[in-house]
Design a protein around this ligand. Structure first.
Ligand code: SAM
Length: 209
């Protein structure tokens, strides 16, 4: 499996684990400046662990939707260039702001990812990477409405949480519906279930049509 530049396996207590280089954020173990990236705590970490081609590379310009307190987006910012982090809940945004204080390339935005017009004046165009982990209904629609920020050859890396769409339907059914909807604006490149790291989640890597 090829890892992006800037992401490595580093030995922590005798085990090789994913890591990026940067300031500690959430109490994670650090060895020689390398912060452990725990796939059980991060959908993107799990996606990398499972070997999907995410498009995360050194210097990528990224938009991250559903940043919460910054656990995963801090790793993206360790690797990438300008990283716009959208989160709509004020409480985690307070933590996100302190993560951003030590990462000048991380730009936190208190905003609703369903309303990209509210942050379109801040986020630059033609981004390389759109990462989405919003636990909300209509996850495919969020990805479609934020497609405007991606370059033609940019990548969407989306984690779809089945239960956020429909608690009663079978996850496979929810994933099929979401993929059908996504295909109106994206070409799907890869999909993978996130077990054993995250139950009932589907990872999708796609590029704009
Ligand atoms: N991606 C984070 C990480 O790995 O560190 C965890 C994200 S958590 C599973 C989902 C987040 O999406 C929550 O913090 C929630 O407040 C946020 N969220 C849900 N709907 C949203 C929306 N419409 N706009 C922005 N954020 C949203």
């Amino acid at each position: 499996m090829s890892l992006p530049n800037g992401v490595r396996y580093v030995e922590f207590d005798g085990d090789e684990r994913l890591a990026t280089r940067g300031e500690r954020v959430y109490g994670e173990p650090v060895v020689d400046g390398w912060r452990r990236w725990e796939p059980h705590r991060s959908k993107l970490g799990a996606i990398l662990e499972l070997g999907l081609e995410t498009g995360l590379e050194e210097g990528v310009r990224a938009l991250y939707l559903g940043a919460a307190s910054g656990t995963t987006v801090s790793h993206v910012a360790d690797v990438g260039g300008p990283t716009y982090a959208v989160e709509f809940a004020p409480r985690p945004v307070r933590d996100l702001l302190s993560v951003a204080e030590r990462r000048p390339n991380l730009i936190p935005l208190l905003a609703d990812a369903r309303m990209p017009e509210r942050y379109a004046h801040v986020v630059e165009a033609d981004l390389d990477l759109l990462v989405q982990d919003v636990a909300t209904r209509g996850q495919a629609d969020v990805a479609l409405s934020n497609r405007r920020f991606l370059a033609r050859d940019g990548r969407l890396v989306l984690a779809i949480k089945a239960r956020s769409e429909d608690v009663t339907a079978a996850p496979e059914e929810v994933f099929e519906r979401s993929l059908d909807r996504l295909e109106s604006g994206y070409e799907i490149l890869e999909t993978a279930r996130l077990e054993p790291y995250h139950a009932d989640h589907l990872a999708v890597v796609a590029t704009p049509r």
